[in-house]
Design a protein around this ligand. Structure first.
Ligand SMILES: Nc1nc2c(c(=O)[nH]1)N[C@H]1C(S)=C(S)[C@@H](COP(=O)(O)OP(=O)(O)OC[C@H]3O[C@@H](n4cnc5c(N)ncnc54)[C@H](O)[C@@H]3O)O[C@H]1N2
Ligand code: MOO
Length: 394
């Protein structure tokens, strides 16, 4: 059986990428940037006035004649006199010849004359945001691999990028398998259960920007499984299945994959939950993740393997995971890595602590909703309080 890290490496090696597309900036929030962005011009592009008030030539004078107004959006005017000023607004170009801005609240105005407030001392260069101080033309502002958040969108807009090259979002087919499964809005009989894995998996994916998802259900029948999966392989880049991958006579997923020419990369990882996980690559390079059906296993495997693989295929550089310390002991398993659901809180120094809430079985998904994610623990006997562990959020 593979170790967790070996499974991650194998997926990483086969996951490839989904290509890029050029989209309008207005549609780019949350997408993964796939181009570099350089400054269109020096920023700010001119000496920018930072306060509403007056622009003057710095000196000893205290009374100034107002010659006119230099408003934002006007080309630069000229100020040649030490005893005069131009009224200015925040964002205006500093008038040529001026080298200080005095805020309006420091002035007493009388007709066309302004006088400095008693005791006010001006400094040369004050309240001027100098041309090029933020960056020079051509300076690198954004690198590929960034998720386009609010500041990054502002950089794109501020530098004339009306269209932007981003990673394509893959088409993902989410498939539930099992005769016992019933849709959320259908009548349910005593021996049936409602399918919940598909919604959990879609939630984990959508929360990371993978919003092109479809839902399908297949019954425990080899021909039906082959037919539905075949159609999905034709139109999807990624399949995420749950159920039908363990040892049962009616666990048809591995056999159907073989019949459809999907190459098995691995089956089974030394971990609990999620041991029977299966991963393969289709004839067109489609990535097929077949997750174990138990709800805790399915969601844990989705967050531990599917989400990071798809994000890395999109070229995202930042990793979502971070390190926490356990606040209570966890019993480990000598032969399997263990994923344990936790609630995260912080100690007085602001350090992230994880409170373990092991689920009694991998079928108990209702209690998962009280947790924030899970920690990954190695094989062993016990993890005492204080143990460092990697946390993965739902
Ligand atoms: N003889 C063995 N039996 C099992 C083994 C084993 O190694 N030998 N492994 C166990 C482990 S571990 C897991 S996990 C499960 C995984 O089995 P499958 O992937 O084949 O899943 P199913 O049998 O189809 O379902 C398991 C369980 O999950 C429920 N389920 C399935 N799909 C959904 C869904 N979409 N929404 C909600 N719940 C779902 C299903 O009703 C079952 O209760 O196998 C063990 N058995
Ligand atoms: O490992 Mo299974 O994934 O116990 O529930």
């Amino acid at each position: 059986m593979l170790e967790v890290s070996e499974a991650v490496d194998l997926i990483e090696r086969h996951v490839g990428n989904f290509g890029t597309e050029n989209i309008p900036l207005v549609a780019a929030a949350g997408r993964i940037l796939r181009q570099a962005v350089d400054a269109e011009r020096a920023l700010p592009p001119y000496d920018r006035v930072m306060m509403d008030g007056i622009a003057v030539r710095h000196g000893e004078g205290r009374v100034f004649q107002v010659l006119g107004a230099q408003r934002a959006g006007m080309p630069a005017q000229r100020l040649d006199r030490d005893d005069a000023c131009l009224e200015v607004t925040t964002g205006a170009v500093l008038p040529e010849g001026a080298d200080a801005v005095i805020p309006v609240e420091r002035l007493i105005r009388n007709g066309d004359t302004v006088t400095l407030e008693d005791g006010y001392v001006m400094e040369a260069g004050q309240f001027i945001h100098r041309r090029g101080i933020d960056c020079q033309q051509g300076a690198r502002l954004l690198d590929p691999g960034l998720r386009l958040n609010a500041p990054a969108l502002a950089v794109l807009a501020g530098n004339g990028c009306a269209n932007v090259e981003v990673a394509k979002v893959p088409r993902i087919g989410i498939v539930s398998t099992g005769d016992e499964l019933v849709a959320v809005d259908a009548p349910v009989r005593e021996w049936e259960i409602r399918a919940s894995n598909d919604h959990a998996i879609a939630g984990a994916l959508r929360a990371r920007g993978f919003d092109d998802v479809s839902f399908d259900r297949i019954v425990d029948d080899l021909d039906a499984t082959v037919a539905t999966l075949g159609a999905l392989l034709d139109r999807c880049d990624v399949l995420v299945l749950s159920g039908g991958v363990s040892m049962g006579t009616f666990d048809y997923v591995p056999r159907a994959m073989e019949a459809l020419g999907v190459t098995r990369i691995f089956h089974k990882i030394a971990q609990r939950p999620g041991k029977p996980m299966w991963f393969g690559v289709g004839p067109r390079g489609q990535r097929v993740f077949a997750l174990p059906g138990n709800p805790v296993s399915a969601l844990t495997c989705c967050v531990r393997y599917v989400v990071p693989a798809l994000l890395s295929a999109q070229g995202l550089l930042a990793k979502e995971r971070f390190t926490v310390r356990l606040d209570a002991e966890v019993a480990l398993i000598p032969t399997l890595a263990r994923f344990v659901p936790v609630r995260v809180h912080h100690d007085q120094a602001g350090q992230a602590l994880a409170h373990p809430l092991p689920m009694p079985t991998s079928g108990d998904f209702n209690h998962l909703a009280t947790t924030h994610g899970f920690v990954e623990l190695p094989k062993g006997e016990r993890a005492p309080p204080g143990t460092h562990a990697v946390f993965h959020g739902w």
